[in-house]
Ligand binder design. Structure first.
Ligand SMILES: Nc1nc2c(ncn2[C@@H]2O[C@H](COP(=O)(O)OP(=O)(O)OP(=O)(O)O)[C@@H](O)[C@H]2O)c(=O)[nH]1
Length: 388
């Protein structure tokens, strides 16, 4: 079988076109920016396919047309991919940088083809800009990467690192070969390998994009399942998982964990007087007031309607009581604005200390519950700590 650059380009163009159509039709139902990113990627594949077809039929076209039009398609595709990837990752889009790199590459390649023809210099010029584009993608994938469950993100990152290596290899080969090719259409080993690997890039990058999209969706679902939709704090499931992590850490450090159970007093009367919507707003303000009193490592979660749990690692009893008192008094001093009127609210708090030797947090949670019950019985708006 004889595989030349034209045949490979025809196959590459067909692949890119098919991928573009699949990606376009497969993302028609969604509308979030990750989906818009995939659609932009489909558009860039379409442009890539056009560039490949130009190269496949270069024997029918004037060399200047091949160069000018082919480069326009390919560089636009690369620039769009930068923005598409950033859309999927929800990063700053960097349209300006993408366009500047594309235009810079095109102008230099055109000059080095029409005015001062030098194939090696032209490839070098183009490669510098393509490496710049790949670096923008690498930066998007590397910065703010999640600590866990980021396999697809790393995979795509390595694919771009390999693309940079391929460009370096191509240039090194061109400058070191005794008889370098005079154009990409010349059937040398370097050109064939380069075009072959370049042809795999639409498929690899598209699979990478889809894996990344799936990974981002999984992460969002994971977070959504652990966040209370009204207040934005951790829900019961999130608290359960976090308390296991905190307990493991507490055992390693041999330090206790403080537990606070905070319950709004007479919350039913707020709902009855002002309605559920205003009651929801009061809950949001209450959470804000609890959060602003916490230390960096503390965690607050919603365990029930108007009941919140605070986990405070590495605290002694006195510090925990001081924290509870700070929260109680902050809420008491706050004016909650409901229907244009200032309204005060109080909270009762039950506190308990979880010893790191305990098998789980359930015992401490029960003790905090009992202390909360005592606080309610004692007249509310106070803090009680479990005796053990
Ligand atoms: N607005 C709003 N109200 C809620 C929500 N979840 C629970 N509630 C209300 O919270 C109130 C809790 O009432 P109770 O359990 O009687 O407690 P309370 O009125 O705060 O009285 P004490 O706890 O005994 O001081 C009920 O009216 C619930 O409808 C919510 O998400 N939004």
């Amino acid at each position: 079988m004889h595989l030349n650059v034209e045949t490979l380009s025809l196959i590459n163009g067909g692949d890119a076109l098919l991928l573009a159509l699949m990606l376009w039709f497969g993302t028609r139902s969604g509308s979030n920016h990750a989906v818009q990113g995939l659609r932009l990627r489909a558009t860039s594949l379409l442009l890539e396919a056009c560039g490949d077809f130009i190269l496949a039929f270069d024997f029918k076209l004037a060399p200047q047309t091949v160069l000018l039009v082919g480069n326009t398609f390919n560089l636009s595709a690369q620039a769009l991919t930068i923005v598409a990837l950033r859309m999927v990752l929800q990063r700053k889009l960097r349209w300006r940088e993408a366009i500047a790199l594309g235009v810079g590459a095109w102008l230099g390649a055109t000059y080095l083809a029409a005015v001062h023809p030098d194939y090696r210099l032209r490839v070098l010029w183009g490669s510098v800009f393509l490496i710049g584009m790949a670096m923008l993608n690498i930066a998007a994938l590397w910065n703010d990467r999640p600590k866990h469950d980021a396999r697809a993100q790393y995979l795509l990152l390595w694919a771009y690192v390999l693309a940079v290596a391929l460009l370096v290899w191509r240039n090194a080969s061109l400058w070191l070969l005794p008889t370098p090719p005079q154009g990409i259409g010349t059937p040398t080993a370097v050109n064939v390998v380069y075009v072959f690997l370049l042809g795999m890039q639409p498929l690899m990058a598209s699979v990478g994009f889809l894996l990344l999209y799936n990974e981002i969706l999984q992460r969002e679902l994971h977070d959504l399942a652990r966040i209370d939709p009204l207040t934005g704090v951790t829900n019961r499931l999130g608290l359960l998982e976090a308390s296991e992590v905190l307990l493991v850490r507490a055992r390693a450090r041999k330090e206790p964990i403080g537990v606070l159970l905070i319950d709004a007093d007479h919350f039913k009367s707020i709902n009855d007087r002002f309605g559920h919507d205003d009651g929801d707003r009061v809950l949001l303000e209450l959470v804000y007031n609890i959060r602003r009193m916490l230390r960096a490592g503390d965690l607050v979660g919603r365990v029930g309607g108007e009941e919140f749990l605070v986990l405070s690692p590495s605290v002694k009893e006195a510090d925990l009581l001081a924290l509870a008192e700070r929260i109680r008094s902050a809420v008491e001093r706050t004016s909650f604005h409901i229907a244009g009127q200032a309204y005060t609210l109080t909270v009762s708090i039950g506190a308990a200390i979880a010893d790191p030797s305990e098998p789980d947090m359930m015992g401490a949670r029960r003790r905090a519950d009992a202390a909360l019950y005592e606080a309610k019985r004692a007249g509310r708006n106070c803090v009680m700590i479990s005796g053990g």
